[in-house]
Design a protein around this ligand. Structure first.
Ligand code: PMV
Length: 337
């Protein structure tokens, strides 16, 4: 049995659209930062004696996604053994905090190690992508790019986690699972939004700017490009039919709070994925002021704080927050949220 802890990531430039739905290749390049403190622990035990898989620690719909992933893993590598999988996250699942990224990165790595497959990170990323597109970026630490490449896609680290101590503050505004999942949301945007093609075109431009800004450790280059990328993704999604609006009133209150901070000369920028949470980027001394301003915004439940984090790692014991996942009789944190 192995335990792996993997981190979530937040995309500074988002992909929101697939060129190949089945193989989950993106229609646009994306660039994310892996987060040190938003993590999922996965344990996997393979057994030839069991007749079925056991998946513990996730609500039913998420468990079905994991079941599909296990089936794909077995058919890809010609494995017959059944798996006992235990999962726990230290943050709300399925609410736009990229829990699927950390879940499938952890699971892919744990399956590969437990099955003694001799695979490199690229192959683990390829496997993780089958669970959730964004999961392939969480197979690496630091700043990671994922781009269309020929008929497929390629994942590549841009800078390691120690390159730049960017702060990422997550204003949590709701812990309810989102109504429309990201795969369905992207499909609807691609099929019905008149702005989809402009969104895909503009993403390529944002990527060049954000990548250069990361290399130069320049928040004033990365921030504006990341924020406009987020707004354009949501503009395309809002224009879909029926409209996809992932924001809550508190989401907008936080966006306005970030703009107010900038007017006062405090550098902070936001990004929002397919959910109501707001991820705010800032640096150094200003982080305390930004964190206090976010926490004081009406509707903000709590603020999580992160910095660039590591690639998935094998651990001898589950972290304390995942301890519930060892005792299947009790509900895990992930199942309870
Ligand atoms: O790949 P998924 O299903 O986790 O969708 C990710 C969608 C966004 O977070 C909005 C964009 C991204 O690039 O991470």
């Amino acid at each position: 049995m192995v335990w792996v802890v993997a981190n979530s990531n937040v995309a500074l430039v988002k992909y929101w659209g697939k060129a190949d739905e089945g193989a989950k290749h993106p229609a646009a390049p994306s660039l994310s930062v892996t987060l040190d403190s938003l993590s999922t622990a996965a344990s996997v035990e393979l057994s030839d004696d069991s007749k079925e898989d056991r998946i513990e620690g996730l609500p039913a719909p998420a468990g079905e996604k994991v079941q599909g992933f296990l089936n794909q893993f077995r058919s890809r590598f010609g494995i017959r053994a059944r798996a006992r999988v235990r999962l726990a996250s230290n943050f709300p699942v399925a609410a736009g905090l990229a829990s699927s990224a950390s879940t499938f990165a952890a699971l892919a790595k744990a399956l590969v190690v437990e099955a003694s497959l001799d695979l490199g990170d690229g192959d683990v990323a390829d496997l993780a992508r089958m669970g959730s597109g964004s999961a392939c970026r969480s197979v690496y630490g630091g700043f990671v790019e994922w781009r269309p490449d020929g008929a497929g896609s390629a994942v590549e680290p841009v800078a390691d986690k120690d390159h730049w101590r960017l702060r990422i503050l997550v204003a949590v505004t709701s812990e309810r699972p989102k109504a429309v999942g990201s795969s369905a949301g992207m499909r609807r945007t691609a099929e019905t939004s008149p702005y989809y093609s402009s969104w895909i075109e503009s993403g390529a431009v944002d990527l060049v700017e954000v990548r250069a800004g990361i290399r130069a450790r320049s928040l004033s280059r990365v921030g504006p490009a990341a924020e406009r990328n987020c707004m354009r993704m949501h503009a395309a999604a809002i224009a879909a039919v029926p409209s996809l609006l992932y924001w809550e009133p508190a989401t907008i209150a936080v966006m306005r709070r970030v703009w107010e901070l900038r007017e006062r000369g405090i550098e902070a920028y936001f990004s929002i994925d397919a959910g109501p949470q707001v991820k705010v980027f800032c640096e150094g001394e200003s982080a305390k002021t930004v964190e206090a301003a976010l926490a004081a915004t009406p509707g903000v439940l709590r603020v999580l704080s992160a910095e660039p984090g590591d690639a998935p790692r094998l651990v001898a014991h589950p972290p304390a927050w995942a301890a519930d996942a060892q005792a299947p009789q009790r509900p895990s944190r992930a199942a309870a949220s």
